[in-house]
Design a protein. Structure first.
Length: 268
């Protein structure tokens, strides 16, 4: 089991040097380009953006292929749904109700390609962005001069940003716990099941200890935050203010060029 959203590496890659806000903007632009594309030609701007992300993150292509292979079941379901539900020239018929069409197979391959581009764009950005940076992007600064209503609204918004940041941080933890529990079960049984069907059959045996481990981790994080007197109601005094640098402006120009080219191609 491979997590598409691994823990932050902090190895000094180029993507990690770019402002976190620009990374999120790039992710949103990539998602919009993928969702709005209706054919392979319109996916080219999104593909260019994904290649730039992979190169700037120095992400290995073999590792990326392993991540994509972990979505084999999801790709198969998407392909079968489109192959059996899209009308067109019939290739062969399974039953009276279900038949595979030529247009359905093309549509299934196209949507699998769109999902692959989404995964390839999410992985480098989320691995290069610390969950604390994600919370800072959405967090609203509370000032003592704010009105009571505005202060309460900002505190409510900060609770949502904190929940979002913790949820994103828990994604790699869930994958790591699932891998640890699976290896423990294999070591106790003495038999390693490599087939995909055997792994699916063992999912119910994996869920119960996984849920228990997740709740235990959540309690540990809660106690750690309380022991450090963490609170979202106080006034933040950051010791380091980060501003835009030359690299950030250069990345912003590249994003604007790719987004403009993508929307021109899509609207034509």
């Amino acid at each position: 089991m491979i997590s598409p959203f691994s823990a932050n590496s902090h190895r000094g890659f180029l993507l990690e040097s770019i402002d976190a806000r620009l990374r999120m903007i790039g992710l949103l632009i990539g998602m919009a380009l993928v969702f709005l594309a209706a054919n392979w030609f319109q996916l080219l701007p999104a593909l260019v953006l994904v290649i730039i992300l992979q190169v700037s993150a120095w992400s290995g292509w073999k590792d990326l292929l392993r991540v994509l292979s972990s979505f084999w079941l999801f790709f198969g379901i998407v392909f079968l749904i489109h192959a059996f539900t899209t009308e067109g020239e019939e290739i062969f018929r399974l039953t009276r109700l279900f038949s595979v069409t030529n247009a359905g197979m093309k549509s299934g391959i196209f949507f699998c390609g769109k999902i692959a581009l989404l995964v390839m764009s999410f992985r480098p950005i989320l691995t290069a962005t610390h969950p604390g940076d994600l919370m800072k992007i959405f967090e609203a600064n509370i000032s003592p001069d704010d009105a009571i209503f505005l202060t309460r609204l900002k505190r409510f918004w900060n609770r949502g940003s904190l929940t979002f940041g913790l949820a994103v941080r828990f994604i790699p933890i869930i994958f790591e716990e699932a891998q640890r529990i699976r290896q423990a079960q294999i070591s106790r049984s003495g038999q390693e099941q490599n087939s995909r069907i055997a792994v699916l059959k063992n999912v119910p045996q994996l869920l119960v200890p996984l849920v228990n481990s997740i709740f235990r981790r959540a309690d540990q994080i809660t106690f750690a935050m309380q022991s450090r007197a963490f609170s979202i109601n106080g006034f933040r005094t950051p010791c380091l203010q980060k501003g835009f640098r030359r690299l950030d402006y250069f990345a912003l120009i590249i994003l604007m060029i790719i987004s403009c080219a993508g929307y021109i191609v899509i609207l034509k």
